[in-house]
Design a protein. Structure first.
Length: 170
């Protein structure tokens, strides 16, 4: 009887192992399931580039010289490039604005020739913008220029290198 029990246990054990092996073989021989493809979200669009900083040569406003000087009892007080180029002279109680017929303004430089016929002088300004972009610093020179003032005979009355500070329009 013990032998029969052992045989039965061995036969049942071999049968269970055979069934387990057959099941494992069937499972392993099945094709692998196809991978699940999930749609990747599109990357967010790149933000637009920041707008270009406005150029100093295109800024409306006026330029004040760092050193004020007087020619023919008139003080040179300001230079305006935009919207119309002109220079401003002043006397007590009077402000004279002289238009510039010959004006070439580029992002890097400015050349102006302004005739003040009533006084008999010609103002020539040749300058460069050290900072091409507009700055909000009111104490930073934004235009370095040679100012030449000649009289009607062509004699130089005043010539100097000036730094100009920019101010927003009044």
């Amino acid at each position: 009887m013990t032998v029969r029990r052992r045989r039965r246990v061995v036969i049942v054990g071999v049968g269970v192992l055979a069934l387990a092996g057959a099941g494992a073989f069937v499972i392993l021989s099945l094709p692998a399931p196809a991978p699940v493809v999930t749609e990747q979200p599109a990357p967010p669009p790149e933000p637009p580039p920041p707008p270009a900083r406005p150029l100093q040569a295109e800024a409306e406003g006026y330029y004040v010289p760092s050193y004020t000087f007087t020619v023919s009892d008139r003080r040179f007080t300001r230079l305006t490039l935009r919207p119309e180029p002109f220079v401003t002279f002043s006397r007590p109680g009077i402000r004279d604005e002289v238009g510039c017929a010959d004006a070439r303004i580029t992002p890097a430089a400015a050349h102006l020739r302004c005739e003040f016929e009533r006084v008999g002088i010609v103002v020539t300004i040749d300058g460069q913008f050290p900072q091409r972009s507009v700055t909000s610093q009111l104490d930073a020179p934004v235009l370095n220029a040679w100012i030449t003032i000649t009289n009607t005979r062509g004699e130089t009355v005043f010539r100097a290198r000036e730094s100009f500070l920019w101010h927003t329009p009044d």
